[in-house]
Design a protein around this ligand. Structure first.
Ligand SMILES: Nc1ncnc2c1ncn2[C@@H]1O[C@H](COP(=O)(O)OP(=O)(O)OP(=O)(O)O)[C@@H](O)[C@H]1O
Length: 300
């Protein structure tokens, strides 16, 4: 690695599946999937497919997508290449970049929703540029995947490709078809089990062994507060003192819960008003319909 064509990748990222704040079943499913994948050399050869597996990680920023990639790489002992789409200026570039990656590696393409069609027109100049580069070469992201497939079926073994997005709903449906990305991983806001892991990571504190006066309150708030593991981590890192750190976190969660409740209330109000307006409109239409605009009722 070390070449400027690659985005910055922290090879020393300490994340492991033990330190990931994620649901245990989801972690288990990912580990089992990777274990199965690395054992299937003969299978891929037999069916004549590139020995590769694609993962799509989606969820809001700060949910731990980059941390999960690091945990996967640390588990498999694979290298990580973070493909900077902005460094691609032609098919030739793409080919050269891909050929410089090694087997037993993870190729990461982050924030793929930003490099797709321009339907939402929220692109900054750099993203516009990438889009133009891709479309000038008639290369869409699903084309990019096919290109990678073709290349790897001839000269690539044990490859993982990870795409990340904050907005799965904005993706080109072609990318979501089976065969493009094998596993879709939804990463959600911090849960009770996630909080326990973060408290252990950042404070070395295990609530089950030494119940803390705020433990129950935090667990009661954490899911309705809808906060990301990164936000929880930030609060916990603010102080080494467990009492102070958990106090800070409790207040943070309370503030978030109040904000969420208010937003929800506002949304419900708007929804109710809209339903009422719709009902009135239907009522008026019925009235007008019944009142004699029907065909053939004029006096002629
Ligand atoms: N799910 C998680 N489990 C454990 N630690 C996490 C998790 N999510 C975030 N963190 C911690 O919070 C720090 C800051 O979060 P950051 O926004 O960099 O996360 P991330 O992995 O880049 O998330 P994303 O890629 O989804 O934005 C991370 O370096 C990591 O230590």
């Amino acid at each position: 690695m070390g070449s400027s064509i690659w985005g910055s990748v922290n090879l020393e990222h300490p994340a492991t599946f033990e330190t990931m704040a994620m649901e245990p079943e989801l972690k288990r499913a990912i580990v089992e999937d990777m274990d199965r994948f690395v054992k299937r050399r003969e299978f891929y050869k037999k069916v004549g497919k590139a020995w590769k597996r694609g993962y799509l990680l989606y969820g809001p920023p700060g949910i731990g997508k980059s941390s999960l990639i690091a945990a996967m790489a640390n588990y498999l002992k694979f290298d990580v290449y973070d493909l900077e789409l902005t460094s691609i200026h032609s098919n030739y570039d793409l080919r050269r970049i891909l050929l410089s990656t090694t087997n037993r590696s993870i190729l990461v393409i982050e924030d793929i929703d930003c490099s797709l069609e321009m339907h939402d027109r929220q692109f900054d100049e750099q993203q516009q540029f990438v889009y133009q580069q891709l479309s000038n070469n008639r290369l869409t992201l699903s084309g990019l995947l096919n290109f990678i497939d073709g290349l790897w079926s001839s000269c690539g073994d044990e490859r993982i490709i990870v795409f990340t997005t904050n907005h799965k709903d904005r993706l080109d449906p072609a990318l979501l078809r089976p065969g493009q990305m094998d596993v879709h991983i939804h990463m959600s806001y911090c849960t009770t089990s996630g909080f326990r892991i973060l408290a252990s990571n950042y404070l070395g504190f295990h609530g089950d062994d030494h119940p803390h006066r705020l433990w129950g309150e935090i667990e009661g708030l954490i899911e309705s507060a809808k906060v990301t593991p990164a936000e929880v981590a930030e609060e916990l890192m603010m102080n080494d003192d467990v009492d102070v750190a958990l106090d800070r976190l409790t207040n943070f969660l309370k503030r978030n819960k109040v904000e969420n409740d208010e937003t929800e209330e506002e949304a419900n109000k708007i929804e109710n008003q809209e339903a009422k307006r719709q009902k009135m409109e239907n009522h008026n239409v019925n009235k007008i319909g019944g009142g004699g605009f029907g065909r053939g009722r004029g006096k002629g």
